[in-house]
Design a protein around this ligand. Structure first.
Ligand SMILES: NC(=O)c1ccc[n+]([C@@H]2O[C@H](COP(=O)([O-])OP(=O)(O)OC[C@H]3O[C@@H](n4cnc5c(N)ncnc54)[C@H](OP(=O)(O)O)[C@@H]3O)[C@@H](O)[C@H]2O)c1
Length: 225
């Protein structure tokens, strides 16, 4: 099985890549820093993929490298994301921050999925997983972190639903996952879960037998959007 995981330089993405490789998956380890991608790919016996997901050209470059390495892509994990202002409120809203956050958290997953459709279709039964957040969960109230981040996760959740419907006929599943509150650079040192624990829900969904598509999962199972 070939899997592309974005944002494997650190945090949950690196833990996802290690866990997938540990179960026999050939992992395409993406990072924007070439050294970070290469080091992890060497460790895991995988392939390094390099590109900045904040710009359209960078996304295209990631897709080009991934397709060359894996013409059949069975699993695509959109993990990379940013939250530069966790305390951003409406009073202090800045359009620049909003656009930067939405470029990585929303536009990149959409564009990268689109660019990899041929490889996903070729794999017959591929799975696209977006590492999202309860910060974008309508039924959860979307509180506790920045405005740009919350709206980006709500938007990418909408993408999951739309893409799941669009790709159902191709046999491609698309799901979203909330990993929990995880001790990473983004989650901070006070979070209760380790990166390995945060990765678990993603990896279990990726390797599991279930046929769900268009759903939002956390560690306890499928949740309301
Ligand atoms: N931590 C939590 O508590 C928590 C909770 C809910 C959801 N999540 C979600 O879980 C996922 C992983 O979060 P994390 O906590 O592991 O975050 P993190 O430690 O901050 O890591 C973020 C990853 O995204 C990459 N990235 C950021 N901007 C990029 C860009 N422009 N191009 C390419 N890669 C880029 C980073 O690469 P660089 O090293 O190059 O910056 C890094 O590998 C995210 O989708 C996040 O929203 C996290």
């Amino acid at each position: 099985m070939n899997a592309l995981v974005t944002g494997t330089s650190r945090g949950i993405g690196r833990a996802i890549a290690r866990a997938l490789a540990g179960s026999g998956t050939r992992v395409l380890c993406h990072a924007r820093d070439p050294e970070a991608a290469r080091t992890l790919a060497d460790e895991l016996g995988g392939v390094s993929v390099v590109g900045d997901l904040a710009c359209v050209a960078g996304v295209a470059e990631v897709a080009r490298q991934a397709t060359a390495a894996a013409p059949e892509l069975h699993l695509l994990v959109h993990n990379a994301a940013v939250n530069p202002r966790p305390d951003e409120r409406l009073d202090g809203f800045e359009l620049e921050t909003y656009r930067a956050v939405h470029a990585v958290n929303v536009e990149a997953p959409i564009l990268l999925t689109q660019a990899l459709l041929t490889a996903l279709r070729a794999a017959r039964g591929a799975h696209v997983i977006v590492v999202s957040s309860e910060a974008g969960q309508f039924s959860g109230g979307m509180s506790g972190t920045g405005l740009s981040y919350c709206t980006s996760k709500a938007a990418v959740n909408a993408f999951v639903l739309v893409a799941a419907q669009a790709l159902r006929a191709d046999g491609i599943r698309v799901n979203a996952v909330h990993p929990g509150w995880v001790r990473t650079d983004m989650g901070g040192p006070g979070a209760p879960l380790s990166a390995d624990e945060g990765a678990r829900v993603v990896v279990e969904l990726a390797l599991g037998e279930g046929g769900a598509t268009g759903r939002f999962f956390d560690a306890t199972g499928a949740q309301a959007w």
